[in-house]
Design a protein around this ligand. Structure first.
Ligand SMILES: Cc1cc2nc3c(=O)[nH]c(=O)nc-3n(C[C@H](O)[C@H](O)[C@H](O)COP(=O)(O)O)c2cc1C
Length: 412
């Protein structure tokens, strides 16, 4: 049976000046054989390796190589407009750097700044170039912006050395393109309310009770959900993280402030994800001045419980999907199931806290996703940004198969 996973997809293939540019010819044919309509843009350096004519004949489209010549007046605007996805393969160190920096000094770099469509990068370069701190930094920046940057493969390089730098296998590039197209904008119409970070419960004018949550998981979810087309409101306790592009931030300190912020947006949301580590207790009495050492007569600190935000919001839900995060030190699955039932949630993500692999502060996390219909999906240790997409995949599948619909059905 024919595999037409790219049927109807308009791919803009950007070919840059790498020794592996010849492989892009075969890649073009592979995309086409999977049903894609492919147009090619080449950098000037790429034309040193393969002629535009080769791509022109095979793609049945004119190949654009220059910003100022050709039959289109403004190819940097028109070309990406008629693409569903841009694939840079092979992508040089130079093009990665210029894209990360936002330079616009040739056709390819300029059109990358005008496009709204997803971009997949298949790098190819010498191993030392790939390992260079500058390139590592640029790759991180691009990934944080939602660009899919594949890992080059290990093998013999053009220099004869063995290293990481080879253009990824064709099937890896193809799968990434199919996957990226599938997930792009799949959350459009959702309004996602995400809580993140720790809360701070004041004891006096300068001290507070808090916890070690870094907010990284919640921010990764916010960034990924926004990239997939959702409207995202991030209600965050104090963190050192940058607010992801396009995400609305409501900054809070205490559990009560977090509750009020979430409450004010809950009715108009389709999904609530509670990744925040909300303090369960707060000091019963708060001094508005600094409490001096000599003022203390040995009396214990009196605490009182804070509002159980998830339970309170669960009680007033209409159609919202509720996703809880359970930070546990032991009996992860059992405790997660209990939380799922007790708070009437749709999904609970359980993760380990405490110990060297603690979820708190780490860039990676190992979780299990429990759903209300009894499924337990144990995931391997993953980078938080990769995990964010896995969790959103589960939510997407869940909302697609349940009665929950994106927000036309909810009050604005
Ligand atoms: C023979 C040869 C092979 C090259 N191969 C690569 C490569 O695989 N990856 C890379 O990043 N640069 C490679 N370069 C360097 C790029 O061609 C050079 O940095 C150029 O400015 C890239 O321009 P572009 O990004 O606009 O295509 C190679 C250069 C030569 C002469």
């Amino acid at each position: 049976m024919m595999d037409l996973r790219l049927r109807g997809t308009r791919v803009l293939l950007g070919v840059t000046g790498s020794i592996s540019a010849y492989k892009a010819v075969h890649l073009l044919r592979t995309f086409m054989s999977h049903g894609a309509d492919v147009s090619v843009v080449m950098t000037q350096a790429a034309t040193q390796f393969v002629t535009p004519l080769t791509f022109e004949v095979l793609s049945k489209h004119a190949v654009a190589t220059d910003l100022f010549t050709g039959h289109e007046n403004m190819p940097h605007l028109s070309l990406p407009e008629s693409a569903d996805i841009i694939v840079l393969a092979p992508c040089t160190a130079n093009t990665i750097a210029s894209y990360a920096l936002g330079l616009a000094n040739d056709l390819l770099s300029t059109l990358l700044l005008t496009t709204q469509c997803p971009v997949v990068i298949a790098p190819a370069m010498d191993g030392d170039m790939w390992e260079h701190a500058a390139i590592k930094g640029h790759v991180q920046v691009l990934r944080e912006r939602g660009v899919v940057v594949l890992e080059p493969e290990v093998g013999e390089l053009a220099s004869g050395k063995i290293g990481r730098g080879r253009l990824p296998e064709e099937k890896t590039i193809l799968n990434a393109v199919v996957e990226t197209i599938r997930s792009f904008n799949d959350l459009a119409g959702h309004r996602m309310l995400i809580s993140a970070g720790p809360t701070r419960e004041p004891l006096d004018a300068v001290r507070f009770l808090s916890n070690g949550s870094s907010g990284k998981m919640g921010y990764a979810l916010a960034r990924a959900a926004e990239a997939r087309g959702a409207e995202v409101i991030l209600v965050s306790g104090p963190t050192n993280l940058d607010v992801p592009f396009g995400v609305e931030l409501i900054a809070v300190n205490t559990a009560e402030e977090m509750f009020q912020a979430l409450l004010s947006r809950f009715d108009s949301s389709t999904v609530l994800m509670m990744t925040a580590a909300v303090g369960d207790f707060r000091p019963r009495y708060v001094l508005d001045q600094k409490f001096k050492k000599r003022q203390w007569n040995g009396e214990p600190l009196e605490l009182e419980p804070t509002t159980d935000i998830l339970s309170a919001l669960s009680a007033r839900r209409t159609e919202q999907v509720l996703v809880g995060f359970a930070a546990e030190t032991n009996d992860l699955i059992a405790n997660g199931k209990e939380k799922l039932q007790k708070k009437r949630l749709d999904m609970v993500i359980v993760n380990q806290v405490g110990g060297p692999d603690s979820a708190f502060g780490n860039d990676t996390n190992e979780v299990a996703i429990l759903t209300k219909n009894g499924q337990v999906n144990q995931l391997p240790r993953l980078a938080k940004h990769v995990l964010a997409d896995k969790i959103l995949d589960e939510i997407h599948t869940f909302t697609a198969s349940s009665t929950v619909t994106p927000h036309e059905s909810l009050s604005q």
